[in-house]
Write a protein that binds this ligand. Sequence first.
Ligand code: AMP
Length: 395
Amino acid sequence: MRTLNDFNFENKKALIRVDFNVPLNEEFKVTDDTRIKSAKPTIIKILEDGGSCILMSHLGRPKGVDESFSLKHIVNAVEDVLGVEVKFVSDCTGEEANNAANNLEPGQILLLENLRFHDEETTGDETFAKQLSVLGDIYVNDAFGTAHRAHASTTKVAQFFQDNKCFGYLLEQEIKSIDKVMKTGEKPVCAILGGAKVSSKITIIDNILDKIDHLIIGGGMTFTFIKAQGGNIGNSLVEDDKLKLAREILEKAKMKNVQVHLPVDAVIADAFSNDAHTNTCEINNIPDGWMGLDVGPNTEEIFAQIIKNSKTILWNGPLGVFEMPNFAKGTIALGYAIADATKEGAFSLVGGGDSVAAVKQFGFEDKVSYVSTGGGAMLESLEGKTLPGIAAILN
Ligand code: AMP
């Protein structure tokens, strides 16, 4: 795996695919600069080597050229994070971009306009990728969030750099974190899968059963498993067409010696609302008219014990409707359990969608080993797919 440290960037122009798809408010000010901060170590290493950086990114999903999606809005925020002046060019290819790149001196940074102002970016057009490629000497991909897309700047452009291409620090860290769970995870390995539906997690479950010792299931998908085993789930979320599949998953796990842990109790509500009446009951005895919206206190304790004994932990998906404070307790308790295990030396990876939001919301970000920056990319990695953006560097 070729990484940043394999290169000396002295007098080289690095063409870096970053993920600066940051949220902007109505005044076009950046409201969360996490993604810019994530790319900082890569950019600083290149500048300190004596190289220059040409940054390319998308922002949102514009249809053609659209000022409101211009990356010019983020120039100040990038300068604030990096502490270096950032030049901006109003197109990512063509004469203006070529001139700006040619004139770039060591130590300088150039930000290109939104790649998606050209449809050729998302169609993965090779001519467009070639036009991008002439801007730099070495191609660096540091955008995990788009690594699952075979776009011009994430994948196609790499072919024009032969050996002069590598992962940035962020992408390297993402790959290593996933490998630490999926390939080299110290046993016992525990995966916690929550979230709404079994159907969206089935490929992940299939892929990870060979790699884990414990599977903790929570969230809305619990109830498809409980119903499949004959339990009463009241009005809880269920996928009736997946009952057979749920039984097959449990059977398969048994064959592979994976211990599956389903909740034993639930916090139930008489409506899908934070203001609903609530109660707790056994997971397989939920009265009609009531729905399970969080795991109960006994479940919290059992799950915490399994996590405490695990050396490698993967967490994807909340245990309850954590967006509503009355049903966030199980997810928060899980966060504490993972934080404690991490403190005791376990490796913990949080990735894919809503568990990342939960970890940030409840302040566990610095208490787990790694929080992935890529939603879809993380999910596809857990499904066992080789991401096109990663394959393009390895090839
Ligand atoms: P996912 O994107 O599949 O990870 O699902 C995340 C969503 O699942 C969150 O918005 C949660 O509110 C929701 N969720 C978690 N537990 C439940 C539950 N018991 N019933 C309904 N939705 C749930």
